[in-house]
Design a protein around this ligand. Structure first.
Ligand code: FES
Length: 164
C-alpha cells in the first residue's frame, strides 16, 4: 500500500495537538508495563450553550507510532464533546478513523483511552494538572519525562523506547 494512503502513516506524518498544554484544566497519564510506552493527555474545557465542553485536547507520548496516531485522532475528535460524551468513547471509537488496528496494536488505542479517562477523572474530581502532578506515580515532575524518571519507573521494570 502506498504509505500516503495508510491513515496511520498519514497521521504520524502530521500529528495534531502534540505537546504540553500550559493552561489545561486536567491531565491524565497512563503507561503500559508490557511495552513500556506512556501517553499523557491534557484537556481544556469551556462553556458552550450552557454546557461544559472540551475546548482543546493535547497529548504527549513516549509510545509507538500507533499510539501517536490514535492520540492525534482522539484529540481532534474530543473538541466540542461534553464530559459525558467523552466518557462514552472507547478506544475503538478513538481509532476508528484509522481503520481497524491489528490485534497486537489494540493496546495502543487502549492506552490513549486510558489517558483520556484519567484526565476526565481528574476533572470530575476537581483535580487539575497541579493535583495530578502530586500523585506519587508522577513525582518528580509534571512532565511526561518527569514521570518516566519517577522512582517507581526507574526500577528497570519499564523499557523506554524514545521516538526518532
Ligand atoms: Fe505499546 Fe503501541 S503503545 S506498542
Amino acid at each position: 500500500m502506498d504509505p500516503t494512503e495508510d491513515p496511520i502513516q498519514a497521521a504520524i506524518a502530521n500529528p495534531q495537538n502534540m505537546g504540553e498544554m500550559a493552561d489545561a484544566d486536567s491531565v491524565g497519564t497512563v503507561g503500559n508495563p508490557e511495552c513500556g510506552d506512556m501517553v499523557r493527555m491534557w484537556l481544556k474545557f469551556s462553556e458552550k450553550d450552557g454546557r461544559k465542553v472540551i475546548d482543546r485536547a493535547s497529548f504527549q507520548s513516549f509510545g509507538c507510532q500507533t499510539a501517536i496516531a490514535v492520540a492525534s485522532m482522539a484529540t481532534e475528535m474530543l473538541k466540542g464533546k461534553t464530559v459525558e460524551e467523552a466518557c462514552d468513547l472507547r478506544s475503538s471509537d478513538l481509532s476508528e478513523p484509522l481503520g481497524p488496528l491489528p490485534p497486537m496494536k489494540l493496546h495502543c488505542g487502549d492506552m490513549v483511552e486510558g489517558a483520556l479517562r484519567e484526565a476526565l477523572k481528574a476533572e470530575a474530581g476537581g483535580a487539575g494538572p497541579a493535583a495530578a502532578a502530586t500523585e506519587p506515580s508522577l513525582v518528580p515532575g509534571d512532565t511526561l519525562l518527569g514521570s518516566l524518571q519517577a522512582p517507581a519507573l526507574k526500577s528497570g521494570k519499564l523499557k523506554v523506547v524514545k521516538l526518532d
